[in-house]
Design a protein around this ligand. Structure first.
Ligand SMILES: NC(=O)c1ccc[n+]([C@@H]2O[C@H](COP(=O)([O-])OP(=O)(O)OC[C@H]3O[C@@H](n4cnc5c(N)ncnc54)[C@H](O)[C@@H]3O)[C@@H](O)[C@H]2O)c1
Ligand SMILES: O=C(O)C(=O)C[C@]1(C(=O)O)C=C[C@@H](O)C=C1
Length: 308
């Protein structure tokens, strides 16, 4: 006997911005038979054309207003810097009872910019899937992106709990685990685990590029795993990351301040030959990596094809 497929959490879904995250959501919805219709819109004609070809939307519209007509769930999946303007343009076309979510990497500024446009009777529930790659655009998406990844849900005041619970169920059907968080804490956590690590990768790759005594050929030829990981991260979309830093100024500047203090302390330890300090520091940080592995939180641990 085949089990009945559970009813879709939302019948009609509208995706605004057709890139890695929207594409992955659409593919994951299709994998699970989760929506009766997925409509999409992106500002660039090239992205709309590519989405038509890839086929992850049932309908690709030529305006955001058209895409959100009659939608039960509207997903803002553009760079965070334009979400306020997108919300303003779709607001008059949202039906009562609809749920609007964003998937932006920053929450406090997005809430400040989007919430004022949301009409009464429509629920805005900010989200942030902690999953991605360095690739962008409609062809970057894939169905398993959210499998076993966290999606942070950042409900604003007065959102009925039943609506938040319905959305959590939706993310769990996309494969993700969910946790609720307040916006300030979200922005600080993401500055630590995502935003500043990206800035460091961008900087290190920039330094390698600037160093005239080391040729580009040598950088490419002798890149070992650590630096290769930096180059992967530093290949991420410039528009997305510009917007992340401009909209999460406070938390990223706080963490960057602490980072540079630690860096200067290590710089001094190297200069003065303080091996004890260096060893103690590296021992402390190794323990963090080990606890991530023990908690089973790194599903990307490479084995480099090791054999014995
Ligand atoms: N890439 C990641 O790793 C990742 C992970 C989690 C969350 N996010 C967040 O998700 C959002 C989307 O990221 P992505 O990686 O899918 O980006 P992407 O670059 O792959 O796609 C963005 C899409 O938005 C469209 N767009 C840009 N401006 C627009 C506008 N004014 N109106 C309509 N469409 C517009 C682009 O044409 C493109 O189709 C961002 O806010 C990002 O912070 C990204
Ligand atoms: O895996 C990657 O390439 C990512 O950069 C994904 C990543 C991250 O920093 O972990 C990037 C931005 C997001 O907002 C969430 C996830």
């Amino acid at each position: 006997m085949t089990e009945a497929t559970p009813a879709p959490a939302y019948r009609k879904i509208a995706l605004i911005g057709l890139g890695l995250i929207a594409g992955s959501m659409a593919w994951a919805c299709r994998r699970d038979g989760m929506a009766t219709e997925i409509r999409g819109y992106a500002r660039s004609e090239k992205s709309r054309e590519m989405t038509r070809r890839l086929g992850f939307c049932d309908v690709v519209c030529d305006s955001a207003e058209e895409a959100v007509q009659d939608a039960d769930l509207i997903v803002l999946a553009t760079p965070v810097g334009v979400m306020g303007a997108v919300a303003a343009s779709i607001a008059p076309h949202l039906k009562p009872g609809a749920v609007v979510i964003d998937v932006g990497s920053v929450k406090r500024t997005v809430i400040e910019e989007v919430q004022p446009h949301i009409p009464e009777g429509v629920h805005f529930i900010p989200c942030h899937p902690m999953a991605g790659t360095e690739h962008s655009g409609p062809d970057a998406g894939f169905a398993s992106l959210f499998d076993n990844r966290w999606c942070l849900i950042v409900p604003v005041d007065h959102t009925p709990d039943a609506e938040v619970a319905r959305l959590e169920q939706f993310w769990s059907r996309l494969g993700a685990m969910t946790e609720r968080m307040d916006p300030e804490h979200h922005d600080l956590v993401c500055a630590v685990v995502s935003h500043i690590p990206h800035l460091i990768a961008y900087t290190m790759v920039g330094v390698a590029d600037d160093l005239s005594r080391v040729s580009d050929q040598e950088v490419i030829k002798f890149s070992a795993a650590g630096f290769r990981d930096f180059t992967r991260i530093a290949a991420s979309d410039p528009t997305m990351w510009r917007d992340v830093f401009l909209t999460n100024k406070e938390a990223t500047l706080e963490i960057l301040g602490r980072f540079t203090e630690e860096l200067f302390a290590l710089q001094r330890a190297i200069r003065t030959g303080d091996g004890e300090q260096l060893h103690a520091y590296f021992t402390r940080t190794r323990a963090i990596r080990r606890s991530i592995l023990e908690a089973g939180q790194d599903t990307n641990e490479p084995d480099f094809g090791r054999t014995r």
